[in-house]
Structure formats: structure tokens, C-alpha cells
Write a new protein. Structure first.
Length: 179
């Protein structure tokens, strides 16, 4: 077993702990393999976008004092940043949802905020960087105009023969993908 496989398996176990309810309130413990490369664990968590789950899983462990303090501090800071960003994104989603409702436009948010809330019951447990909205084709021009008025920049891309519209707000870091 090579090192990255060892680190990946450890990351997987910690993520399982983070999302598993502890039904009998028994203490949870997980022991990292000897000579684990924590930088590799962090890189894997970053590439799979599960850094908050890594932190939440390690924090659930009764024996968390065996994990390197520097790693726990870095994960704590990252989790705080991710949660803050997610809350800002959620606020923007609610604002846009209300705006579209005011114009009698039905939108369905998916992934991102919705997945974090439904799958993890925790907005900070999932990394996301955009807002994904489903809209009816008949509302497309109206949505585009509203978003342009809200300082979003418009861009269309085609991926796998499907046209996606991506809007980026120039004043903030919001990105919206319309499908």
C-alpha cells in the first residue's frame, strides 16, 4: 500500500465519522497510521473538497489530542473561512430567490447550499463556490436581465452538448450556474 492510499483511506474513515450519527454516544476514536503524511491528507481533502468533513470528523474523536495541533488549527481556520463564505453565499441565494419571486420567476436551487443543509445538516460541512439554479426556459431572458441589473456578468459555455449559462457578479465572488 503506497502512502497516498494510506492517507486516502484515513481521510475516508474520518469523513465517515463526520457524517455518521453517534447513536449510543460511545466515544469515537480513530488512530492515524504510523508515519502518516498530514500534508498529503490535507492535499487530498482539498482536492476532494472535504476539508470541513475532515475537521468535523477529527473533532468528533475523543482522542483528538493525538492529532498534530498545527493541522487541527489549520483545519479550524479553513473551516471557519468556508463556513463564513457559505453563509454569505446562502444570504445571496435567499436575496436572489426573493428577487425572482417578486418577478414571478420560479427557481430551484440545487447542490451547494441545499446539499450542505440536506445531507449534512450543517452549512459549513460542504465546500461550494457557486450557486446552482434551475430555471424554466421561458424565464431565461427575464432572469438574464435581472442578473445583469444586479451587476452579474454573463457568459455562456457548452459542455457535453449542453449549454450552461454562468453569471459572475463583478462586485463580489458570486457565481451562478443556470441549467
Amino acid at each position: 500500500m503506497n502512502n497516498s492510499t494510506t492517507e486516502f483511506n484515513f481521510l475516508l474513515e474520518v469523513c465517515k465519522i463526520s457524517i455518521s450519527p453517534n447513536k449510543n454516544d460511545a466515544p469515537l476514536n480513530i488512530y492515524p497510521p504510523k508515519n502518516i503524511n498530514w500534508e498529503t491528507v490535507l492535499k487530498l481533502a482539498n482536492s476532494h473538497r472535504v476539508r470541513p468533513l475532515l475537521f468535523l470528523g477529527l473533532r468528533k474523536c475523543e482522542n483528538q489530542n493525538i492529532f498534530p495541533t498545527t493541522i487541527m488549527e489549520r483545519l479550524k481556520a479553513l473551516s471557519f473561512q468556508i463556513t463564513t463564505r457559505n453563509l454569505i453565499q446562502t444570504k445571496e441565494l435567499v436575496r436572489l430567490f426573493q428577487l425572482f419571486k417578486k418577478h414571478n420567476i420560479n427557481v430551484i436551487p440545487y447542490k451547494g447550499v441545499i446539499l450542505a443543509k440536506e445531507a449534512y445538516q450543517n452549512l459549513g460541512a460542504r465546500e461550494f463556490s457557486d450557486l446552482d439554479l434551475l430555471i424554466d426556459k421561458k424565464d431565461f431572458k427575464k432572469v438574464k436581465q435581472i442578473l445583469l441589473e444586479e451587476q452579474y456578468q454573463w457568459m455562456s459555455i457548452i459542455r457535453n452538448n449542453t449549454k450552461y449559462c454562468i453569471c459572475r457578479c463583478a462586485a463580489t465572488a458570486y457565481t451562478i450556474q443556470l441549467n
